[in-house]
Write a protein that binds this ligand. Structure first.
Ligand code: SF4
Ligand code: SF4
Length: 241
């Protein structure tokens, strides 16, 4: 679920054990980097486990998440061997001490509902709104403003207006749907962390010298609309073939 860039896999994510704001290594499901980055923003800065083999298994996603956090100027998630029993004991004692007065809120602290994911909660870019994690580039010489990319992008990163083509990659999941669908291979989506940045490409309203109809284009000096250009290419290829 958390690996899918478009949150297309439905369901409830495996439950995690969180004690005193520490994520406990438990079960067979090792967290993904995305899950760790979301938990980090929810206050989980430490991962604890009791066996060296568990720590070895969990180290890789934690290190990958830390590499991203480092680029964002955030402190890393620590990973350590620790007696979980002590932590559990402390939590239980805390529950019984406060049970009569604050039963519900204490339970929430031990297994916080906000840390139980479903697929909709795995849209991790929204937790890091000052940054973008991909670079989306449109080749102005190739794009024909067909709008296919805009229709497919679920994150609303691409928007063609009357006078501009806005590229806003902050929410981009890197799914590559736009690049795969582009008939002109005019889109490049790359993994690249940087401060959030929008790009505005000017859209020109020209009149086609062949059919005399108005058309939109990213190239100010375009003389013919896409339909006429394609028709002429087709006729030319038929003559050659
Ligand atoms: S799909 Fe490609 S050609 Fe069509 S508008 Fe998007 S970038 Fe331009
Ligand atoms: S811009 Fe492209 S790669 Fe990014 S979310 Fe939209 S469709 Fe996916």
């Amino acid at each position: 679920m958390s690996a899918c860039p478009v949150q297309a896999v439905a369901g409830i994510y495996p439950e995690r054990t969180i004690i005193q704001n520490q994520l406990v290594m438990k079960g067979q499901n090792i967290p993904t980097v995305i899950e760790l980055l979301i938990l980090y923003k929810q206050g989980i800065k430490e991962v604890i486990g009791e066996s060296p083999s568990q720590v070895k298994l969990w180290r890789q996603p934690v290190e990958e998440a830390n590499s991203i956090l480092n680029q964002l100027g955030e402190r890393p998630i620590s990973i350590s061997l620790k007696s979980v029993e002590d932590e559990v004991y402390y939590s239980r004692r805390e529950i019984f001490t406060l049970w009569k007065t604050e039963a519900k809120s204490v339970l929430k602290q031990v297994v916080p509902a906000r840390m139980r994911f479903n697929q909709n909660a795995l849209d991790w870019q929204k937790y890091y709104q000052d940054y973008q994690f991909t670079r989306v580039t449109i080749d102005q010489e190739k794009c024909i403003l067909c709008g296919a990319c805009q229709s497919l992008c679920q994150k609303k990163c691409l928007e063609i207006q009357d006078d501009s083509f806005m590229i806003s990659p902050q929410g981009c999941s890197g799914c590559q749907l736009c690049a795969d669908a582009c008939p002109e291979q005019a889109i490049l989506v790359e993994d690249r962390i940087s401060k959030k940045q929008e790009t505005r490409l000017p859209v020109f309203q020209n009149v086609c010298t062949a059919c005399h109809q108005p058309f939109t284009t990213l190239r100010e000096d375009d003389e013919k609309c896409v339909a006429c250009v394609k028709r002429e290419m087709y006729v030319k290829n038929r003559k050659l073939g």
